[in-house]
Design a protein around this ligand. Structure first.
Ligand code: HPA
Length: 252
């Protein structure tokens, strides 16, 4: 089936996505400088279920960019330029809410931004001017609704249909005490990228939602070893990046 030539959905692949997704993708849809510098990877065009999608790797080929150094504005701008009418961010998180164990998926409905010192706005100087975007609902509700429906259709066994994404600065993981504070303040999961990505997407008027894969219990919670390692927990007892591809097939 020919790829749909209408506007495409952009997908920003995070830590749980191997470079293979991009390698398999066909042609380059955007490569080079944006007004905000170079994106972390080229935008590649691919087909999922016969629909054209635009793929970009948040941390770059070979996972080079730490969360505070990801060129968020360049990434979103490049996807928009390549034709993305909406963007789905894929990211891993640590689970805090009991309903979000490792291997579960989540479509958060709110966030708290605890990052600092990042390029987190496109309105950063007198040259760019000032605009105060509404951010009451940081994730696009229509995209969230469609993502949740897609997860149900893909028969995802463990899904949290909401929850507050707490964005910490990283790249280090949190202390047990930090996670106790975050939990007391309502955080359901913790990650390092989505708050900045969602804010810049809103400033660029790109509808954005997050599909998060829990890869570990957050620090100090349910841990048998008293240590958190993202490498050992990834997707083994639950969803994998293949399952997320199935969700995307249903979404598109
Ligand atoms: N903390 C922050 N970010 C994360 C975690 C975590 O425990 N797991 C995956 N991304």
């Amino acid at each position: 089936m020919a790829a749909d030539s209408r506007a495409a959905v952009g997908i920003i692949g995070g830590s749980s996505f191997s470079d293979g997704w991009l390698e398999k993708a066909s042609s380059e849809a955007f490569f080079g400088e944006t007004p905000y510098g170079l994106p972390s990877s080229p935008v590649r065009e691919a087909e999922i279920s016969g629909r054209r999608v635009l793929l970009l790797l948040r941390h770059g080929l070979g996972h080079r960019f730490p969360p505070h150094a990801v060129p968020y504005a360049a990434n979103l701008w490049a996807l928009k330029k390549a034709g993305a009418e909406a963007v789905i961010g894929l990211a891993t998180v640590g689970g805090i809410n009991e309903a979000l164990p490792p291997g579960a998926l989540c479509v958060p409905d709110d966030l708290v931004d605890r990052t600092w010192g990042r390029e987190s706005t496109i309105y950063s100087s007198a040259k760019t001017g000032v605009r105060h975007v509404d951010f009451t609902r940081p994730f696009d509700e229509e995209l969230r609704r469609r993502l949740i429906l897609a997860c149900r259709r893909a028969r995802v066994s463990r899904l949290l249909e909401g929850g507050v994404y707490w964005c910490s600065q990283g790249p280090r993981l949190e202390t047990a005490a930090e996670i106790r504070v975050i939990r007391a303040l309502g955080g359901a999961m913790v990650g390092m990228t989505a708050a900045t990505e969602a804010a810049v997407a809103r400033e660029l008027d790109v509808p954005y939602a997050l599909l998060a894969l829990c890869v570990n219990w957050a620090a100090g919670l349910h841990s048998s070893s008293d240590k958190v390692s993202l490498e050992v927990c990834g997707g083994e007892n639950g969803c994998s990046s293949e399952d997320i591809r199935c969700v995307l097939e249903q979404f598109l």
